[in-house]
Design a protein around this ligand. Structure first.
Ligand SMILES: [Zn+2]
Length: 308
């Protein structure tokens, strides 16, 4: 068992790491917000602009923001894109379409029910200011971008979403982890196109990633190297703990719906219920499929049962 990790609250003030500024998201960086970065070189770049509208608006007024780097297509990482109308938007090549249309984003989520699609599409536009982005620059794993002596390297980190990426700044030895968010909740793989296996492989690779500072998009936000080395194994352990809990529950046969109705991952009902039911079902499905493949559970008439 890895050591337990006790998280700290997110910083309340902007923190500078050389030319990189950490801009804390509202609500301690919890959904529907995330922490953002501003990078000042000859030009200014932004990372995941969904933290704090007032701060970002002030920055947009004072600086010439020419680039916005987005880690993945989720709505809570691009809520304030519209504050930077002159910027180019750098997005994962694997998810480009989801930045051009709501339909493509809903497809990656795997939402199928027409009413759910209409409802969530509307939320994306009205609450998250989704607009199709035109000045897109798709980025690829390993690609490096430079300006004013600053380098940003794309570190692929699939699993949460297919194109989910971290950003490494070698000059500052700073790694932006995006939604490898090291929260007590643990890894999130609730879209149809999320992958539990890819997420695990990403965590294994990142465990050896040497940096001085690690920054997540949610909750604690800023981690020293020492904190990262405790937080990452604890975060990884959440997957095994979920599996154990699932096998325990399945000593009596249950359907996926019965498990989702118990709010297996979130522990309590969340709004809107059909979105959270979708997430629970997707995450359960990925565990159950794997347990079935490994012979740890059986499936008969829609009922899953733990095997000895
Ligand atoms: Zn996300």
């Amino acid at each position: 068992m890895p050591q337990p990790f006790i998280p700290k609250p997110a910083p309340e003030e902007i923190q500078a790491f050389g030319p990189i500024r950490f801009i804390p998201g509202k609500k301690g960086g919890r959904y529907p917000y995330c922490h953002s970065l501003a990078i000042d070189g000859e030009e200014t770049w932004m990372v995941d602009p969904a933290g704090d509208k007032d701060q970002l608006r002030r920055l947009a007024r004072r600086r010439r923001v020419t680039g916005v780097f987005i880690s993945h297509f989720h709505e809570d990482h691009q809520k304030y894109n519209h504050l930077f109308p002159e910027a180019r938007f750098y997005v994962p090549a694997a998810e480009t379409e989801a930045f051009r249309s709501v339909t493509a984003a809903l497809d990656l989520m795997g939402l199928e029910d027409p009413r759910a699609r209409e409802y969530w599409g509307d939320i994306m536009v009205r609450q998250f200011n989704f607009r199709p982005l035109e000045n897109l620059v798709p980025y690829e794993p390993g690609q490096r971008f430079r300006q004013g002596g600053i380098t940003l390297e794309i570190v692929p980190a699939p699993g949460h979403t297919p194109g989910h990426s971290c950003f490494y700044f070698p000059g500052q030895e700073l790694l932006f982890l995006a939604d490898v968010d090291l929260t007590p909740f643990g890894p999130w793989y609730g879209d149809k196109t999320s992958s539990l296996e890819d997420f695990e492989a990403t965590l294994e690779r990142l465990a050896d990633f040497q940096a001085r500072t690690y920054i997540t998009a949610h909750e604690q936000g800023v981690f020293t190297q020492e904190e990262f080395q405790t937080a990452l194994p604890a975060y990884r352990q959440a997957i095994a703990a979920r599996e154990d809990r699932l096998l325990e529950l399945l000593k009596k046969p249950k359907t996926v719906k019965q498990l989702a109705d118990r709010h297996f991952f979130y522990g309590k009902p969340k709004e809107p219920p059909f979105i959270y039911h979708h997430i629970e079902t997707q995450m359960l499905g990925k565990h159950l499929e794997r347990l079935l493949r490994r012979g740890r559970v059986s499936l008969k008439d829609g009922l899953y049962l733990s095997q000895k």
